[in-house]
Design a protein around this ligand. Structure first.
Ligand SMILES: Cc1cc2nc3c(=O)[nH]c(=O)nc-3n(C[C@H](O)[C@H](O)[C@H](O)COP(=O)(O)OP(=O)(O)OC[C@H]3O[C@@H](n4cnc5c(N)ncnc54)[C@H](O)[C@@H]3O)c2cc1C
Length: 288
């Protein structure tokens, strides 16, 4: 019986060099990591390609480590690994938090950070975090390695700066100086694509990024400037409304996304303020 999965070819390189040579010489090939996004596309017939490059055997794309002060996250790192990693919990708790909200335990066990970045969905939950953290995407081809700042990686709706012969090998995250914040709003707590997702870092200059409100995940520099300059939250919300371009689609409406974005901005600002942080520290210490 012919199915959507008939006549597919899967190439299984054992080393990164072999994978990169196959991409150059034997393409076009679609890289395949946890397959959680690709499987859906294959099932619904939106992935026309028939030949795939299985990355799962590539040890060079695995693991989390500190290189001097930079957190280096291998592209094949799964959400479960991010949630469990003491390094991530200490240095980038908003990424551990975002990972807890992805799909379900099954998706967290298979889905990878590299896949979330490469899939280029404006709703990708890890992406606002990488944006405000000033992450760098590390790309490799047989020609060598290049580093693309997160802010230059997406060139349009589901378009990236990645070339067909390149793979994401890692994501590098510099130290994040201040309080981190993440919140996803979806239809329910699990298995829900976000209606709006936001990540923020409070200081030294507020950094705020949102997903599901524009063709790509976006930073909102004019809103950030209002808050940095001591403007009120109402002023910042008014600027934010002008800075995002949400649409109506099957998951939500533009009006709802605007309202929720404004509410999340206020929540971010109040929950990361000095008094709020002092209050929660006191609560943690059992002082009321
Ligand atoms: C039921 C379900 C629930 C989900 N829930 C969420 C959610 O809550 N939040 C969310 O953000 N996402 C969610 N997703 C989407 C998906 O799980 C994530 O985007 C995941 O991170 C994709 O990783 P993967 O390894 O499975 O990617 P794959 O499906 O293997 O690949 C995705 C894309 O990235 C490319 N790719 C993968 N790795 C590389 C690489 N190293 N270099 C170059 N290209 C690469 C592939 O060619 C493909 O185009 C959900 C998916 C499902 C099926």
């Amino acid at each position: 019986m012919a199915t959507a999965f008939s006549r597919l070819a899967l190439l299984r390189p054992r080393t990164l060099d072999e994978a990169l040579r196959l991409l150059r010489d034997d393409g076009p090939l679609v890289p395949l990591a946890g397959c959680t996004d690709l499987y859906v596309g294959l099932h619904f017939g939106t992935v026309p390609e028939r030949r795939f490059l299985d990355l799962s055997g590539l040890r060079a794309l695995r693991g989390l480590r500190l290189r001097r002060d930079t957190l280096v996250i291998g592209a094949l790192t799964t959400y479960t690994e991010l949630i469990r990693s003491p390094l991530v919990r200490r240095r980038l708790p908003m990424l551990a938090e975002a990972s807890r909200w992805v799909g379900s335990a099954q998706i967290q066990n298979r889905g990878t950070l590299g896949g979330n970045v490469a899939n280029a969905s404006p709703a990708g939950d890890a992406l606002p975090v990488l944006s405000v953290a000033g992450a760098v995407i590390v790309l490799r081809s047989v020609r060598g390695e290049r580093r693309v700042p997160f802010g230059s990686f997406y060139t349009g709706y589901r378009q990236t700066a990645m070339r067909p012969d390149e793979l994401i090998v890692a994501v590098e995250v510099p130290p994040v100086e201040d309080r981190q914040w993440f919140r996803k709003v979806g239809t329910r707590a699990a298995q829900a694509i976000s209606k709006v997702v936001m990540a923020g870092v409070r200081a030294p200059h507020p950094a705020i990024a949102l997903g599901s409100v524009a063709p790509t995940v976006v930073r909102v520099p004019r809103t950030e400037a209002v808050l940095a300059g001591g403007g009120t939250i109402a002023q910042a919300q008014a600027v934010l409304a002008d800075e995002i371009q949400p649409i109506d689609d099957l998951r939500s409406t533009a009006a709802y996304r605007r309202r929720v974005s404004a509410n999340l901005l206020a929540q971010f600002w109040s929950e990361t303020g000095r008094s709020a942080v002092r209050r929660s520290a006191a609560i943690r210490q059992g002082v009321s």
